[in-house]
Every structure is written in C-alpha cells, then in structure tokens.
Design a protein around this ligand. Structure first.
Ligand SMILES: Cc1ncc(COP(=O)(O)O)c(C=O)c1O
Length: 416
C-alpha cells in the first residue's frame, strides 16, 4: 500500500489510483560525488528508476491521472507539452499499458538529442503526435484535435493537464514525501535539510512541499525553475498547493489542513539561462560530473540545471554541514532499443525537422550523448541549416534551432 494511504486510509477509497511504477525508489549516497562537491552528506533519490520501461517523475503523477481516466471509462487520453516532453512519453508508455490510446499535442522547442529520442519513443509506444506550430496557434490545434478525438472515441476522452500538474496529479509527489519519511525512519538516510529538484509544471515540487509538511518533516525544497516565469510563477505554485491540500483534506478529513502563503513558495530562476530547454554551460558541466562520478544521466533541460544549482551552492559554501538530497527526476531506463529500430520518417512530417536540422550547440558538443541521456545514434542524424528564429519573443525558441517559422506555414494541415 502507498505510504500516503497507510497514513490516511480514507484517501485510498476516495482517490483513483493504479500501480504503474516500481516503488519505493532507492536512495543512494554517491560518496565520490559528495567528495567532489565537498559535501559530507549528499544523497540522491533515484526516481529515474521509478518504472520498468520508463522512469522519471511523471510515473507517480500518472498513477493517479490514468486511474481516473480508466475509472471514467475513457478510451483515449489527450495531453499537451513541448516536442521533447518526458511527460508526453511517460503518458504514451503507461496509457498503452492500461489499454488507453494517447494523443499528444506538442509545441516547438529548441532541438536536442533527447527531443529526437522522446519523439521516436512516443511514436513507438503508439501515441498519436500532433504538432502545433506556435504558442499562438496552440489553442486552435488543441481544440481541433480534441474535437477530432471526441468524435473518434464517442466522447470517451480524458483530458490530462499539461505536465500532469493538477491537484490530483500532485498527490503522486505528496506520497513521495511519505515514502521518503519511511526511508528516513528505516535509517536509509538522515532527514535532509534541503531537497533540490527541477521545477517545470510544478507538480513535483508542490507535491513534495505539501507532503513534507504533512509528514512532519522540516526538510526545505529548493525548486529550480527551468521554464520561463510567466509559465511557472509563484502564484501558480501557490494555487497548486492550495488545490492539492483542499483535495486531500476533502478526501480524508483527518489529513492536516495546511495553509499556504506566498512567502511559502520561493523558487529559484537563476539556472534558466536563455530559455526553456536551452542548455547552459553550467548545466553541461554539472551533468558531466553527475554522469562521470555517480553514473547518473542528466537531461540538459531539467536535471542538469537543477544539479547545477546544487553544485553552485556547494561551491559557495551554503551547503556546508547540511544533509543534501538531489531528487533525480529524469528517466534512466535504456531506450536504445527503441532507437535501433526507429525511422523518423514514420513520424508526422512536421517533426522531421528535429532530425534533419541541427542540434543546439551545447548538445552537439556533447558527443558522449550523456547530457541528453540519449543513445549516440541520435546524434548522427542531420545537421542541416535552419533559418534563425524570427519569433524572438517566444522564449522556448529564442535562439538556435527553431522549427517554428517553417512549421507555421503548415499550421492548418498539422492539426489533421
Ligand atoms: C526530467 C524532468 N524533471 C523535472 C520536471 C519538472 O517536473 P514538474 O513538471 O512536475 O515541475 C520534468 C517535467 O516534465 C521533467 O521531465
């Protein structure tokens, strides 16, 4: 039984839940890495191993969201993300496992090896991928695709929130905090002073913050924002915390009634660099350190930036004497088999540019492919010249490879 349900049994009756992953995920103490950073008590929570086929943070989220889809008799799930979304891939993998079809509407983003890998893997796992050319056209693409799916499935479509970060999806990480408490009680690690984790759609950080407080732990979460502030600001984190708290205390009146104020929701934005999914020099160096000393692959868009913040704080001496936990949210299951048999030409045409176009420079230099956590083969595909971005106001694609201008011409067609 989930640690959260053990603590509050009425939640087990009230909330939809289906086991998908392999829990508890291990906590490790990578001593060589700790020494390299001058940290005596550095631990890593290996959520990268949360699933047999595909790990990472979204497995915990999907155990609740997909259970509700199944309970509501859905035949298809529908979600929205960026082209290389780890969440869209996790949804494709686990929806299929439950016999659900999956449609993902995907926004353009900076190109990277992991984008290629995730597109191929989502396709391999049967997801219908639809490209939306631009943020501005996204509502149109979403509505047309949604209507199409509803007609095809006789109305039996479950709409999942972007990143899975609704109050219900957030419960997955409330449970994760209770899982951590069990591991502390079992002596696997001392109570951490701080947890570093990447913050995107916010469900991971919100669930941990809520769960740690409910579980009576004093541990502070340091959420490292890896996306633009207008997509992930403190106000949204606050409303997610309030929504998830309300859901839990409504579902089990014994669950503590927690109040959240703006001062509770501090987040760090100093690792974002030039935008979402744009790799940074600090992130690249941190990812290499993590891989070379602890054998843990990092993702340039997410965990590399979160770990870079930890590395920076360790170097600045602010973590001296502290118990530090890095919550590793990026999948480490090997997807090389998927790539070996994949042909990107089987993807919808709008996605081919990710394979024929250049990777962003910091990913290109990363010939060992470790930064993306992607098989080397992905890096051998095209490096054709892509015209520089014209839509500079769009943060996700501000510099480097930007497929949006070419794809914008196909906006109408790409939705069908
Ligand atoms: C590898 C990885 N880490 C962290 C995050 C951020 O998690 P959240 O969206 O819950 O804030 C994501 C989001 O997709 C992710 O893919």
């Amino acid at each position: 039984m989930l640690p959260l349900f053990r603590a509050y049994p009425r939640l087990a009756d009230a909330l939809p839940y289906v086991p998908l992953g392999e829990f508890p995920t291990p906590v490790e103490r990578p001593t060589a890495l700790g020494q390299a950073l001058g940290l005596a008590a550095l631990y890593v929570k290996r959520d990268d191993r949360s699933g047999r086929i595909y790990g990472g943070n979204k497995v915990r989220t999907l155990e609740f969201l997909l259970a509700r889809a199944v309970n509501r008799d859905a035949r298809r799930v529908f979600t929205l993300g960026f082209a290389g979304s780890n969440y869209a891939l996790a949804t494709a993998v686990y929806a299929r496992q439950l016999g659900l079809r999956c449609t993902s509407v995907l926004l353009p983003q900076a190109n990277a090896g992991y984008v290629r890998l995730n597109l191929l893997a989502s396709h391999h796992h049967g997801a219908d991928l639809c490209h939306t050319a631009h943020l501005v056209t996204t509502p149109f693409a979403v509505v047309t695709q949604a209507v199409r799916c509803l007609i095809r499935e006789g109305g039996r479509v479950a709409f999942l929130p972007p990143g899975g970060s609704s109050p219900l999806g957030t419960v997955g990480y409330v449970n994760a905090a209770f899982e951590l408490r069990d591991q502390i009680v079992a002596g696997e690690l001392p109570e951490p002073d701080v947890i570093y984790t990447a913050l995107g759609s916010m469900g991971t950080a919100a669930g941990l913050m809520l769960g740690l407080r409910a579980a009576g732990l004093r541990t502070r979460v340091v959420p490292i924002r890896i996306i633009e502030p207008w997509l992930a600001g403190p106000g949204r984190l606050l409303s997610l915390l309030r929504g998830a708290s309300a859901l839990l205390s409504r579902s089990d009146p014994g669950f503590p009634r927690l109040t959240w104020r703006l001062r509770d929701v501090q987040m760090r934005g100093d690792q974002l660099g030039s935008g979402y999914a744009r790799f940074t020099g600090q992130g690249v160096r941190a990812a290499r350190l993590l891989q070379d000393t602890a054998g843990i692959p990092a993702n340039g868009a997410y965990t590399a930036k979160a770990f870079a913040a930890l590395v920076g704080d360790a170097a600045a001496g602010v973590l001296a004497g502290k118990v530090v936990l890095f919550w590793n949210t990026f999948n480490s299951r090997d997807l090389a088999g998927v790539v070996a048999t994949a042909d990107f030409r089987r993807l919808p045409r709008q996605f081919h540019l990710y394979f024929t176009g250049a990777l962003q420079p910091l990913d290109r230099q990363n010939t060992s492919a470790q930064l993306s956590g992607s098989p080397d083969q992905l890096f051998s595909w095209g490096s054709g010249f892509i015209p520089p971005a014209r839509m500079r106001w769009m943060p996700a694609t501000r510099a480097g490879f930007n497929p949006a201008p070419t794809m914008a011409r196909r906006t109408l067609r790409c939705c069908w």
